[in-house]
Write a protein that binds this ligand. Structure first.
Ligand code: DAH
Length: 332
């Protein structure tokens, strides 16, 4: 029996070696260690051996099984590694075929200006505020000290929305209503800027587009004066345009501020750009926002982001920015 065991072991090792896949190895395992395997049969025959032979035969049988099992384990590892390597080769991506001349896009020139402005003002301690583009007539006008019939309403070319009472809903004509919404939801002190899209029934020309963007600023605190406003405009001017630029305020009229001013930016070459409006928040506006004018004062300012971008980059027709000609937009 012991000689036979050596043959069985050799045959089993050969069968394991011959298995070329995990599947074949599984079949070989059943053949060499399963119930019908010669080694298993020998095990069953052990009992019928004469007692004096049984011990040696049992030991030889165990040794043979151990050798076969060890070889099975080793072969399993080998085949698993080989199959993994083959899979890696088969599923490999050929990255050399990715085109190298793809054009990478970038943010629109107005989006860039918008984001840069947010950076400048958050750097100065302001938070970003938001309001709806479809706005109530009250937030857009009344609360800003522009009651029905006020001549300032005519200057806005308002687009009305067919919703609710006739004339009660508008596409906001400026970002100033965000002042009111902020005052109504937050306690002073307030330091916010509200960039956003605004709408006017304007015919597009070089300096007007019916859908454009503004940035509104609002500060409410104790003891705020015109000097704070002027200093803020100056700080913003150099932060956004660069060190060679400066600013000035010119008296003007806006219903929501008193006094009111227009602010201009001076280029390094000495020429002036009109940028936006500003002033000390009118007490009626504070009251509409639920803020006590006896305790708090504030300033506000607003300007067009599209116009700002056009000035910064020397674009002389606002419409150019919205024809979506990639060759044009790619320059900025
Ligand atoms: N809302 C004004 C406009 O669209 C711009 C403006 C002027 C905003 C003066 C202000 C301000 O906050 O104080 O023409």
């Amino acid at each position: 029996m012991i000689e036979q065991l050596a043959d069985h072991e050799a045959a089993a090792l050969a069968a394991i070696e011959a298995a070329a896949t995990m599947e074949e190895l599984q079949a070989a395992k059943t053949a060499v260690l399963g119930k019908a395997a010669p080694l298993s049969e020998a095990q069953r025959r052990l009992g019928s051996l004469p007692p004096e032979d049984r011990k040696d035969a049992g030991r030889a049988l165990n040794a043979a099984r151990k050798v076969v099992e060890a070889r099975l384990d080793a072969r399993t590892t080998e085949l698993a590694e080989a199959e993994r390597a083959a899979q890696l080769v088969a599923e490999r991506l050929d990255l050399t075929e990715v085109p190298t001349d793809v054009t990478v896009g970038h943010a629109h020139v107005v989006t860039q200006a918008w984001e840069e402005l947010e950076d400048v003002f958050t750097g100065m301690g302001y938070r970003i505020a938001e309001g709806p583009q479809v706005e109530t007539d009250w937030h857009n006008f009344d609360a800003l000290n522009i009651p029905p019939g006020h001549p300032a309403r005519d200057g806005f070319d308002t687009i009305y929305v067919d919703h609710g009472k006739p004339g009660s809903t508008v596409l906001r004509t400026h970002t100033s209503p965000v002042q009111i919404r902020t005052m109504l939801t937050e306690e002073p002190p307030i330091y916010v800027v509200a960039p956003g899209r605004v709408f006017r029934a304007d015919t597009a020309d070089a300096t007007h587009i019916p859908v454009f963007h503004q940035l509104e600023g609002l500060v409410i605190d104790e003891g705020i004066s015109l000097a704070d406003l002027a200093g803020t405009i100056e700080a913003f001017t150099t932060a956004y345009f660069g060190p060679g630029f400066s600013s000035r305020l010119r008296p003007n009229y806006f219903p929501f501020t008193e006094p009111s001013a227009e602010f201009d930016v001076q280029r390094p070459d000495g020429t002036w750009l009109e940028l936006g409006g500003c002033g000390i928040v009118h007490p009626n506006v504070l009251r509409a926002g639920g803020v006590d004018p006896e305790r708090w004062t504030g300033f506000a300012f607003g300007f067009g982001i599209d116009r700002l971008a056009s000035l910064k980059f020397g674009i002389d027709d606002l419409r150019e920015m919205y024809t979506n000609d990639i060759r044009f937009l790619h320059q900025f």
